[in-house]
Write a protein that binds this ligand. Structure first.
Ligand code: NAD
Length: 348
């Protein structure tokens, strides 16, 4: 049986990927998360626990889903030490990994990015050990999620709002990315190129813009705004002026694009994943309060962290080179989030 590995597999992107791999293949998926932010599988997998092997939890048909709660760096160190550690420690027949998706990271939105930048800088440590390991283990394919935060912030101001193109990151002419978070992602992209060039690792980097989805937690703006609309908040609070814009893209589109990109890119090239459309927070509020059937007054919270003014992407390269375009419109995606939040609030 082939085995895929998902780090950060209980976080927002990770758990969507775990489910997609489980239902889309017959392969085994090992997913690792320290649950610092992520949710235990019992809360989102929708499957009963089959059994345990020591601290491993097995789920699904043929025990194809294997969850390990722990620091991904610990697992990586064991695997560096003993490439067949899953076999020697747990008796699992894993000699080689097929696709490896590295979603373990400290993310946390604006509050953490601006409020505790040195905690976010720990991503450098997680990524450094990860990259070292893949150059030893040589999985068949690797996905490194960079971020739109890697783009130079001076291209995202009120006076200079542009559709960010992949070429706006140039390692021979660097701009300043968004805080330590952006730096870790840029460093990751650089290491990905080295992994490909010097170690022949098949690796793909993606720069998702503002991913959102039904099961994202309330510390992220889209579900948080949806929840307040469900409760008919009025006046409706918005961080900053609310005219800051982002490129919101549904998680299903993000995963779809990753699929296509991994098939076609192996040299560490990084691509945008977005709608190519700028939507500001007032517009998001309008969509959700429209679903809720009211029109609130807007109350600006000018002391809240807001990040760059406008961040959105150009999707031409992806369309021309990968033949891929996003399929879920903002209206449809936000409707899905609104319905999921209504359901959650009804049961809470
Ligand atoms: N969600 C987006 O729109 C988006 C956009 C751009 C980039 N990304 C990138 O995608 C990746 C996943 O993002 P997300 O939105 O799912 O974040 P998330 O915070 O929901 O998930 C990250 C997961 O990693 C886990 N984790 C953190 N440190 C760990 C460690 N040392 N060992 C094991 N697990 C650990 C957390 O518990 C969490 O479950 C991140 O690298 C992020 O930068 C996401």
């Amino acid at each position: 049986m082939k085995t895929h590995l998902v780090s950060g597999g209980c976080g927002f992107v990770g758990r969507n990927m775990v489910k997609r791999l489980y239902y889309g293949t017959n392969d085994r998926i090992i997913f690792i998360d320290d649950l610092s932010v992520g949710l235990h599988p019992s809360m989102w997998l929708g499957l009963d626990l089959n059994s345990n092997i020591k601290d491993l939890e097995l789920y699904g048909d043929n025990d194809r889903l294997v969850f390990l709660k722990g620091d991904f760096r610990y697992v990586v160190r064991q695997l560096i030490d003993k490439h067949d550690w899953f076999k020697s420690e747990y008796g699992l027949d894993v000699e080689h990994f097929e696709d490896v998706f590295h979603f373990a990271a400290i993310v946390g939105g604006r509050v953490k990015i601006d409020g505790d930048p040195m905690m976010v800088a720990l991503d450098l440590s997680i990524d450094a050990e990860f990259f070292y390991w893949i150059t030893r283990a040589k999985p068949t394919r690797v996905l490194y999620p960079s971020s739109s935060a890697a783009y130079p912030v001076n291209k995202q101001t009120e006076e200079n709002t542009i559709q960010l193109r992949e070429s706006d990151i140039d390692f021979n002419n660097m701009g300043q990315p968004d805080m330590t978070y952006g730096w870790t992602k840029l460093t990751g992209e650089y290491l990905a190129k080295i992994a490909s060039e010097y170690y022949d690792v098949h690796i793909t980097c993606v720069r998702p813009f503002s991913g959102y989805g039904e099961d994202q937690d309330y510390s992220y703006p889209v579900p948080a705004i949806a929840r307040r609309a469900v409760h008919k908040e009025n006046p409706f609070e918005v961080w900053g002026t609310g005219y800051q814009g982002r490129d919101f893209v549904h998680i299903d589109d993000v995963l779809d694009c990753i699929d296509v990109a991994m098939d076609k890119i192996g040299d560490g090239t990084a691509i945008n994943i977005g709608m190519g459309k700028l939507t500001n927070f007032r517009e998001i509020i309008k969509v959700f309060t429209g679903f809720a059937g009211y029109e609130p007054k807007i109350k600006q919270l000018l002391d809240k962290p807001v990040g760059v003014h406008s961040r959105y992407c150009n999707m031409d390269w992806v369309k021309e080179n990968l033949g891929w375009e996003p399929k879920i419109s903002i209206e449809e995606g936000m409707r899905r989030v609104y319905e999921a939040v209504m359901e959650k609030e009804k049961n809470s």
